[in-house]
Ligand binder design. Structure first.
Ligand code: PLP
Length: 347
């Protein structure tokens, strides 16, 4: 009980940012020598030991997910579309020769960690509990090959907005210096290496005063793909466009939710198609979507040649509406016609 009070005391609930706050426990399960995943268990949150020749450390054999638990207005804790994260992690694991975690095991493990850390779920309007499942090749390898054993770990952290300032408009740079991912590479799965590749472009963009980078397609540099950790949407003349999947873009859970909200609730025309740099520069509204980013408006886009304000550098009315509907479904203040919200605990 004393330990519980002490960890919670250190959380600044009114000023949560998107950063790690240690919580009570994490979930760990192991798969040894291709013998299948053994039942996992909760352990106190903390450092783990790992072989210096682990596949994940030497060859990046790791995948991860990100989802959130919310304290809803119905005074219960809910998850948002966790089944989509379970199935995406399955796809990611297969691509990296990692034994996939059965989807039921994934769901049970997520629920167990949320239950045990329920007092770390922020109150409504203060934030959410970010849930980070990872699978790592933790067994030793020297030659480049799949690791002999794997660790499935889930840790959680209370978080606030990913982009400081909440719904403040972002200023983005279309980079022609770096690609995030290549067609037929790893961009369409949540491989850990994708994110280290994006660190330097992001650092450069920050240095020049931008919030983030817009990546273009490696095979056709006229087409845009996504932001380092969120998908992109362009509104023009009441048509909402987003880059089509099937190449190197991550199939975002929020992206899919936006498509359904825009098409089925708002009755907009939605196109998953090729989106050009020109489309972005000439948008009426522009926003990005992600579990961490939620819906974040983009008010300025720059290329090497020009810089354009989008919608007067103010959040557009459609962006605001989609934000309100999505967050309303997530916190149960709105009807959930798609059955996306999964309650895990009454309070
Ligand atoms: C590269 C990338 N694109 C898009 C997204 C948005 O995906 P989701 O909506 O599932 O969080 C993320 C975040 O997970 C991401 O890392």
């Amino acid at each position: 009980m004393k330990e519980k009070v002490d960890i919670l005391k250190n959380v600044d609930w009114d000023n949560l940012t998107f950063s790690i706050t240690p919580t009570r426990s994490m979930y760990l399960a192991y798969c040894e020598n291709n013998e299948g995943w053994k039942a996992g268990q909760l352990e106190p949150y903390g450092d783990i030991t790992i072989s210096p020749s682990a596949g994940v450390l030497n060859y990046g054999q790791g995948v991860f997910e990100g989802l959130k638990a919310f304290h809803s207005v119905k005074n219960r804790i809910v998850l948002f579309r966790p089944d989509r994260n379970a199935s995406r992690m399955h796809e990611s694991a297969i691509r990296l020769c990692i034994p996939p975690v059965p989807e039921k095991m994934f769901m049970d493990a997520v629920i167990a960690v949320v239950h045990d850390n329920v007092d770390f779920v922020p109150q409504q309007k203060k934030g959410s509990l970010y849930i980070r499942p990872c699978i790592w090749g933790s067994g030793p390898v020297l030659g480049v090959k799949p690791a002999p054993s794997y660790t499935f770990i889930i840790y959680v952290s209370p978080v606030g907005p990913y982009f400081p300032g909440g719904l403040k408009c972002l200023s983005l740079k279309v980079t022609n210096l770096y690609h995030r991912a290549a067609p037929k590479g790893l961009g369409n799965v949540k491989a850990i290496g994708n994110y280290s590749a994006a660190l330097y472009p992001h650092k450069l963009a920050k240095k020049h005063g931008f919030d983030e980078v817009i990546y273009v397609n490696a095979a056709n540099e006229n087409f845009i793909e996504e932001v380092g950790s969120a998908n992109l949407f362009v509104l023009k003349d009441s048509c909402l466009k987003t880059p089509r999947l099937g190449g190197s873009i991550l199939p975002g859970v929020t992206r899919d939710s936006v498509i359904q909200i825009a098409g089925e609730i708002l009755g907009l025309e939605v196109q998953e198609t090729d989106v050009t740099i020109n489309d972005v520069l000439n948008a009426d509204e522009l926003f990005c979507s992600g579990t961490a980013a939620v819906i974040t408006p983009i008010g300025k886009v720059s290329t090497d040649d020009e810089s354009r304000e989008i919608g007067g550098n103010r959040i557009g009315s459609l962006t605001r509406e989609i934000y309100d509907i999505l967050t309303g479904i997530q916190n149960e203040s709105r009807e959930d016609p798609f059955a996306w919200v999964q309650p895990v605990m009454g309070l």
